[in-house]
Design a protein around this ligand. Structure first.
Ligand SMILES: [Zn+2]
Length: 345
């Protein structure tokens, strides 16, 4: 199935293989998250009214009911605060009253389009430089963790498709799904990718990919159990699943508090940490085969947090401080990358 066409361009191969993987899909089964209650209340916040659907009353990972208020994170685009709760049993952090997926756009109205603009100043140029290094680092991680130099890969939540494009340029066939229509359209036009609507994620045929990656997007899933189950089903029997996340229990999360850019609420509903993630994985048919962290991604997150804290965006001091923080951290890292395999029975 994976080696069917040799005489066409890589883009054409993507189209044909994508069609095979997605055709004859079973209809999507609707299953609500067990831990969510639907109260359809109208949350009223200064200058903003939005429909809030999900009030979380118990932890979806350990079922604990001891949720304590940790902090209030303000989504800057909509100037809207969101309560971040912490499960005192497993440490999972939760965005309370996260909007429905279809309402998410108003909290990131044109934020994605900012990414398309050329760098305006030295701060943007440095960030672009670090991000381009990060895309390359992820390609290297996929190669090392999967022990493959090529294959068919799916990225869940690819945003504008920078990583999908980077790995395709390194000899892989890359497919991707993304909820944000603006980001999806940009990636498809700019990079000629085949980014599908995130709503079709559950329609993809099982055992279709050598590698599936979720770079800090598992926390965006409405139903985290259904999503990790689906991720585990998408890899072939000897395939590799890579799940990465910002660690809500990291030194930086504690230090920056509500200014930590890793919260990214309300897009991110669940804020993982190693203990909670490993407890989640143990409930599914997956085995952890490796765990690593990224100082580069930690540095980018710290730099972004520094800018959130500062009244004026400056470069040198925040850049140096973020790099020193990332290098000095010996435990409770900011960004973890887990490699998982399907557990053979
Ligand atoms: Zn918990």
């Amino acid at each position: 199935m994976l080696n069917i066409i040799n005489n066409t361009t890589i883009i054409d191969r993507n189209v044909v293989i994508l069609h095979q993987i997605w055709s004859n899909c079973a209809p999507t089964k609707k299953k609500d998250a067990q831990t969510l209650t639907t109260d359809h209340c109208f949350g009223i916040i200064p200058h903003k009214i939005f429909m809030s659907t999900n009030r979380i009353e118990s932890c979806p990972i350990c079922n604990g009911k001891h949720l304590i208020h940790k902090l209030s994170y303000t989504n800057r685009m909509a100037n809207t605060p969101f309560d971040i709760l912490q499960c005192s049993d497993c440490g999972l952090h939760i965005t309370q009253h996260a909007p429905r997926q279809q309402d998410m756009g108003r909290f990131y109205p044109d934020s994605e389009s900012d990414c398309y603009k050329p760098a305006q100043d030295s701060c943007d140029k440095w960030l672009d430089f670090l991000l381009s290094k990060w895309h390359k680092e992820r390609v290297k991680i996929v190669r090392e963790e999967s022990r493959r130099n090529s294959g068919v890969l799916l990225e869940m939540g690819c945003k504008e498709g920078y990583f999908a494009n980077a790995i395709r340029n390194n000899g892989w066939i890359a497919h991707a799904v993304e909820h944000d229509p603006t980001a999806r359209e940009y990636g498809n036009k700019r990079y000629m990718l085949q980014i599908e609507d995130g709503r079709r994620f559950f329609d993809i045929n099982p055992r279709s990919y050598n590698v599936v990656v979720a770079w800090d997007t598992l926390g965006e899933a409405v139903d985290i159990h259904r999503t990790i189950d689906k991720l585990s089903q998408l890899i072939v029997r000897d395939g590799t699943l890579i799940i990465a996340f910002h660690n809500a229990m990291s030194n930086d999360a504690r230090q920056y508090g509500a200014s930590w850019s890793g919260w990214d609420a309300p897009r991110k509903r669940w804020h993982l940490n190693p203990q909670a993630f490993e407890a989640l994985v143990n409930q599914h048919n997956l085995e952890i085969v490796n765990k690593r962290h990224s100082s580069l991604c930690a540095s980018i997150t710290a730099l972004s947090s520094e800018w959130q804290q500062a009244a004026k965006k400056r470069l040198i001091t925040p850049l140096l401080r973020s790099m020193v923080r990332a290098i000095k951290t010996k435990e409770n890292h900011t960004y973890y990358i887990y490699t998982l395999k399907y557990k053979q029975r």
